[in-house]
Design a protein around this ligand. Structure first.
Ligand code: HEC
Length: 223
């Protein structure tokens, strides 16, 4: 035990004489066991640099950079690509506190056929990565999670009677055993998946004995 205290005291003397007391000032650079980020590569703004092609250390900000304290200009396009929380039909799917709306918001400009195609194409993608795992690729409620023992009933979207605004609300805020997805999907993607659910329903009701419809179906299923 005597030796223990002796060695202990010697270790303290050694450590203090090597590293000094906390807050001591040294002339030589300090010994750093963990260097943290005290020293790192950096460039001085006005100095030349051979790292960048332009030979200048200071670089232009990335295009579209918004200076701190300034807000980004909101366009119709950027509103659709954002998350938004206004009280309009586009944002809530509701006409008022009680009623959900039928149909799609005017901002999507679905009177242009190419906008319809773009919305459905995106809806197909979103459904694939966000909904099919539970509702099944065809929307019949027989997705992968059910095959793996998820016991709660999953709605068959081919038969749902909900209007567009209500489907939108279920996607954004969730319902029962379905979680909310509003924080994952920008406005455009939410409406896109609503449009796709409507398309699933239309296709479930389509009369495939009609040669015209069968032709479209066959052309689509070859893709
Ligand atoms: C984690 C599994 C899961 C995912 C993912 C999921 N859902 Fe659901 N969904 C459910 C369940 C479970 C219900 C039944 C909820 C209840 O009423 O308890 C449901 C209900 C619904 C309903 C209501 C149907 C009705 O007639 O009442 C809609 C609409 C719906 N889901 C659409 C979607 C869409 C669109 C997506 C993708 C953006 C999606 N769901 C993703 C599990 C899921």
């Amino acid at each position: 035990m005597r030796y223990f205290f002796l060695i202990y005291a010697l270790i303290i003397v050694f450590v203090v004489s090597t590293f000094g007391f906390r807050g001591d000032k040294f002339k030589k650079p300090p010994i750093r066991i963990f260097p943290d980020m005290d020293e790192q590569d950096f460039v001085k703004a006005q100095k030349p640099s051979d790292f960048f092609k332009s030979g200048v250390a200071a670089q232009q900000p990335v295009p579209g950079t918004v200076p701190m304290g300034h807000s980004k200009e909101v366009t119709a396009e950027s509103e659709l690509r954002g998350y938004g929380n206004k009280e309009t039909y586009l944002h809530t799917g509701r006409l008022n506190e009680i009623n959900y709306g039928k149909g799609f918001p005017a901002e999507l400009e679905l009177d242009q056929p190419e906008n319809v195609t773009a919305l459905l194409t995106r809806g197909h993608e979103v459904f694939g990565f966000k909904c099919a795992i539970c509702h099944g690729a065809s929307g019949n409620g027989e997705g992968t999670v059910k095959a793996n023992g998820f016991v709660a009933a999953i709605s068959n979207l081919r038969e749902t009677k909900l209007v567009e605004g209500n489907i939108y609300d279920v996607v954004v805020n969730g319902r029962g055993n379905m979680g909310q997805m509003g924080s994952d999907l920008p406005l455009y993607d939410r409406w896109a998946v609503v449009a796709y659910v409507k398309a699933i329903q239309a296709s479930a009701k389509a009369d495939y004995t009609n040669p015209k419809i069968k032709e479209i179906f066959d052309a689509g299923s070859k893709k």
